[in-house]
Design a protein around this ligand. Structure first.
Ligand SMILES: Nc1nc2c(ncn2[C@@H]2O[C@H](COP(=O)(O)OP(=O)(O)OP(=O)(O)O)[C@@H](O)[C@H]2O)c(=O)[nH]1
Ligand SMILES: [Mg+2]
Length: 669
């Protein structure tokens, strides 16, 4: 969402403020509030609060400092993937009057990135703000997929409380645990929302007990365990305090936010400190830093100091300031402690940096996030078809693009390799890395990537590797095959629950390595009915070898154009990955051999022309539809001696060494 098209002059914002009365008439509350008529997004708090001693430490800021703005709430929505966060934000926006009565609004409107819409998942955390009575509630929608956990971690630095959504049928899953742990560690009070109570298989009471167990397991304090519970149907936009009183709208949730999420604390009179927690950019404004003002005030044209991660300082001027308002950003001329705002025009600013008063340079500790554990080598495309459809193909292009990624993505690391043509990219998981590759190819990049590998480290002199908690939900009939498959990947079962619904839940501890390439196998084994989730659990001593793909590849032995005739003759050897008429090169993988060794094949062979008409020859040959691999499937498929070539138009698999006579051959046994 660029800011350019949504600029609204400050005066206009004031003018339209009265129309933003929430549709749900809220009850008057005794909570601290002033009767100012200014727009809540830039209304300063009352001036008469006694200043407290300023310590510069964030934790003490939260607890000890005064209320910075009683009319503000900053809250994040956290949950496991697909439990309904973005859908709930839709309803919160709608019911707070963020849309015009007749406005056409897409479902899951916050998922505004193409890839998010295509996949139905949230990838990047995003801010919005809604009005409730005279309060402004800043809401951050976070992704639920474990690979994007870094987004959640940095989001939590902006807020004073969380809504923990739990699917009333699925119950708490690995990412529920991860995000809740992060929230509890930061001392953020949670509101528990049991969502999807309309599901026919909802079991809210049981799930609530599981949530309590989870809190206890995570050593929550008594205060934290006394969380309010709401039963919600995010799709219908309803929430109620009791199961038998489902409610007619989300007012009970709005009230819970106002009552249980404390107003932001901070000292408005202290020197400015704003922590950059997110980045965005627009063609018009350049880089946009998003973050929370912890102390002080920032005004347009102020001279400020950016305290960079590398310890240096950068003096700059504030040229544009925005606050969130529904799906828009509105220009404001000042922001104070407790506000979440966007600040444009600071070159090179990065997540974790502090924007401070130009004279009192007080740094906020940068956001610490869990380390990434999965790596892939990104290299310049060296295939014979390189540069045919990409716009950015050089190592310089690749380097610049990855450097840009680092700025906005705290959970990715990039390291040099021995070759200047290759970079090692380390992330939280295969999905995170494949999304990055997909984004790059859509931007016009060509790149070739290796099989994902995991990061190891020496702990007390022992080579250790990341292990994950794996939770699997499958119909009973597939239990055996799944347990066997996880076993070969060195997974150890830790728990097994049969809900009596015909499905079982199996929990394992498994080396992260064992999960590489597991998903597609799992989906095949369970005929697409299995659900799997996993999350980083810790480091353990190296678990020993894990067998890689058992099958070999069918490899093109020469360049040319694949023919139907050749494919027809090869399809009994294994599964073919391409359609006839596809351009191939020597060393390109055109299919999966059903035997363990690689086989060089001629997929360009033409049928010999004869004068005689053989009985079957001219019948249309029947081709089995090829297995066209998606980017993720391709990445899961390849072995260490293979690569995936990614261009804006194609995904090809190839041997690392293209020339057949240069390639070491794997023997049949
Ligand atoms: N039946 C039912 N379905 C719901 C409800 N809330 C959300 N859904 C559906 O659940 C699916 C996932 O919803 P999202 O809002 O994308 O979930 P999310 O938590 O934002 O997902 P990620 O951001 O990818 O983690 C969508 O198909 C929603 O329509 C609900 O209350 N009841
Ligand atoms: Mg979402």
């Amino acid at each position: 969402m660029g800011c350019a098209d949504v600029r609204i002059a400050l005066t206009r914002v004031r003018a339209i403020a009265p129309t933003r009365v929430s549709r749900i008439a809220p009850t008057r509350r005794q909570s601290d509030r002033t009767d100012s008529l200014q727009h809540p997004s830039h209304r300063p708090a009352s001036e008469d609060l006694a200043p407290t001693r300023y310590t510069g430490r964030m934790s003490s800021l939260r607890k000890a400092a005064q209320v910075a703005n009683p009319l503000r709430r900053n809250v994040a929505i956290i949950a496991h993937v697909d439990h309904g966060k973005t859908t709930l934000v839709d309803a919160l926006l709608r019911q707070s009057g963020a849309f015009r009565a007749n406005q056409q609004v897409a479902e899951r409107v916050m998922d505004n990135i193409d890839l998010e819409r295509e996949r139905g998942i949230t990838i990047l955390a995003k801010n919005t703000a809604v009005h409730y009575d005279d309060l402004l509630i800043n809401i951050v929608d976070t992704p639920g997929h474990a690979d994007f956990g870094g987004e959640v971690e940095r989001t939590l630095s902006m807020v004073d409380g969380v809504m923990l959504l739990v699917d009333a049928s699925e119950g708490p899953l690995p990412q529920t645990r991860f995000v809740l742990r992060k929230a509890l560690e930061r001392g953020l009070p949670p509101i528990v929302v049991l969502n999807k109570i309309d599901r026919s298989d909802a079991r809210p009471q049981e799930v609530l007990n599981e949530v309590y167990d989870l809190f206890i397991d995570l050593d929550a304090t008594e205060e934290q365990i006394e969380f309010p519970v709401l039963y919600a149907n995010a799709r219908a936009g309803t929430a109620g305090k009791a199961l038998n009183a489902p409610g007619e709208n989300l007012r009970p949730l709005f009230e819970a936010i106002v009552d249980h999420v404390p107003p932001p604390r901070g000292d408005r009179a202290a020197p400015l400190q704003m922590l950059v927690a997110n980045l965005d950019s627009s063609d018009y404004l350049g880089r946009i830093a998003i973050g929370r003002v912890f102390n002080g005030t920032v005004k347009l044209n102020d001279q400020v100091s950016v305290l960079k991660l590398d310890g240096t300082e950068q003096q700059t001027k504030v040229t544009k300031l925005f606050a969130f308002d529904g799906l828009k950003r509105v220009e404001i001329d000042q922001a104070t402690a407790g506000d979440i705002v966007c600040l444009a025009g600071i070159d090179d600013i990065t997540i974790g940096e502090t924007i401070a008063d130009a004279e009192h340079k007080l740094r906020i500790p940068p956001i610490a996030v869990d380390e990434p554990t999965v790596s892939m080598i990104f290299g310049v495309n060296t295939s014979p078809m390189a540069g045919r459809d990409g716009q950015y193909v050089t190592s310089r292009n690749l380097r610049d693009r990855l450097a840009r990624e680092l700025l906005g993505n705290v959970s990715v690391r990039v390291e040099d390799t021995e070759s200047p043509e290759q970079m090692k990219v380390i992330g939280r998981g295969e999905l995170q890395l494949s999304i990055l590759i997909e984004m790059m190819r859509r931007e016009g990049y060509e790149v070739q990537v290796s099989r994902p590998d995991i990061v190891t480290k020496m702990l007390n002199g022992v080579r250790s590797e990341p292990v994950e908690d794996l939770v699997i939900d499958v119909p009973e009939e597939f239990q055996g095959v799944v347990i066997a498959q996880v076993g070969t990947r060195r997974g150890v079962m830790t728990k097994m629950v049969n809900h009596g619904s015909g499905r079982v839940r199996l929990e394992f501890r498994i080396p992260a390595r064992g999960l590489i390439g597991f998903r597609s196998q799992f989906l095949t084994d369970t005929k697409g009915t299995g659900i799997m989730n996993h999350i980083f659990a810790g480091w353990e001593p190296w678990h020993g070898a894990i067998p890689s793909r058992a099958t070999g590849a069918l490899v093109a032995d020469r360049a040319g154009i694949a023919t139907a005739y050749a494919i027809y003759n090869l399809q009994e050897r294994g599964e073919i990955f391409l359609e006839p008429s596809t351009n191939v090169y020597e060393g390109m993988i055109i299919g999966e051999n059903s035997r363990p060794n690689d086989m060089d094949v001629n997929v360009t062979k033409e049928k010999k022309q004869t004068n005689m008409r053989a009985s079957t020859a001219d019948e249309a040959i029947r081709l089995i539809p090829p297995r066209l691999l998606s980017l993720e499937q391709a990445i899961e498929f390849i072995n260490d001696d293979e690569l995936v070539e990614v261009t804006p138009k194609s995904i090809r698999l190839r041997k690392r060494i293209l020339a057949s006579n240069m390639r070491p051959k794997k023997s049949e046994d």
